[in-house]
Design a protein around this ligand. Structure first.
Ligand SMILES: Nc1nc2c(ncn2[C@@H]2O[C@H](COP(=O)(O)OP(=O)(O)OP(=O)(O)O)[C@@H](O)[C@H]2O)c(=O)[nH]1
Ligand SMILES: [Mg+2]
Ligand SMILES: [Zn+2]
Length: 306
């Protein structure tokens, strides 16, 4: 006789999954024939998923069904791949941790992540991490670009404990994805906002300031003050998936604000005369770095599509 129960996936390793239920956490495998409708990804079950499970008489449990996802954050598994990897699902928001040094996060990585959040309707906040190590001018330049685009940018230092209150206020009662390159301080931050959590963090290795991958599996932790926080393994690149060239600009909020002024209704904001977006870039109302990211993502990703 099998017992059925539902729960939320709080840890996904690929071979086993931890499912949070009212009666505690249960370790599950996935049913071999589990298939998801309409999503082609390398990982069928992800942290945040609401799942239906079956417990066998011998106590072993399987995830039999993933309930429809409210949203998710997805990226191309690798540059040339057509497969995708879902980072987490059913999110209220994402926090992207960015360090301008030690290690340096590429602006294009930031923009790709933000585009995906816009496309999949996950509100994103940027945390400038390790602010104790950063140059003031570099922080100010970064803020000008991204606040100008319309994003909230918070400076945090888990080491010095600065900025944590603002982060805590955003986290309360919500399910939050914490993402970013390896070594930017994701796990350290999660631990700083809730020191009771049992989380491993790593030292930056060697002289070249390459982050060592410390976090291997995405894990969702309950916060003492209510809400959940998802610590994820560092990601290197962020390939967009299922976003057409023609719609890419919809996911740059500052371009969306200016595009109604373009002469052509189907302006691509790349070369057209009377393009209000290009004019806003010239006037400094849209950051050139963001516009260049747009052009670069368009031309680069073209070759990976179909
Ligand atoms: N100076 C300083 N160092 C920090 C801060 N936050 C984290 N670090 C250090 O940065 C290194 C990496 O921190 P982690 O929290 O493991 O980084 P991560 O983003 O979780 O890395 P992955 O799990 O590999 O993705 C560790 O040596 C931390 O001590 C900070 O606010 N200031
Ligand atoms: Mg980590
Ligand atoms: Zn235009």
């Amino acid at each position: 006789m099998e017992r059925l129960f539902t729960g939320t996936v709080v840890r996904a390793t690929g071979s086993w999954y931890e499912v949070h239920t009212d009666e505690g956490n249960v370790r599950c495998r996935i049913r071999g024939r589990l298939r998801l409708r309409g999503v082609r990804s390398t990982n069928p079950v992800v942290v945040g998923d609401a799942v239906r499970c079956e417990a066998a008489a011998d106590g072993s449990c399987v995830i039999a069904e993933v309930l429809p996802r409210r949203n998710y954050v997805i990226r191309r598994a690798s540059n040339l791949s057509k497969e995708s990897h879902i980072i987490a699902s059913n999110l209220d928001q994402a926090m992207l941790l960015v360090t301008l040094a030690e290690p340096q996060t590429a602006p294009e990585f930031v923009d790709r992540f933000l585009v995906t959040c816009e496309a999949y309707k996950v509100p994103a906040t940027i945390l400038l991490s390790k602010s104790d190590l950063q140059q003031r001018e570099a922080l100010a330049r970064f803020r000008a670009v991204y606040e100008g685009a319309g994003y909230r940018v918070l400076e945090v230092s888990a080491r010095e404990g600065t900025g944590l209150e603002a982060v805590g206020a955003l986290l309360a009662g919500r399910t939050t994805l914490v993402a970013g390159n390896s070594g930017v301080g994701k796990s350290t931050l999660v631990k700083a906002v809730d020191p009771a959590l049992d989380i491993r963090t790593g030292e930056i290795s060697g002289s070249h300031h390459k982050g060592r991958h410390t976090t291997t599996f995405s894990t969702m932790y309950p916060l003492a003050g209510g809400g959940w926080i998802i610590d994820t393994p560092g990601i290197k690149g962020f390939g967009l998936i299922d976003i057409d060239d023609a719609e890419l600009w919809h996911y740059f909020p500052e371009m969306m604000r200016h595009a109604p002024g373009c002469r052509f209704y189907n302006c691509t904001h790349t070369h057209e005369p009377g393009c209000a977006v290009a004019e806003a870039v010239e006037r400094g109302e849209i950051a050139r770095a963001r516009y260049e990211s747009y052009l670069k993502i368009r031309s680069e990703d073209e070759k990976y599509r179909k």
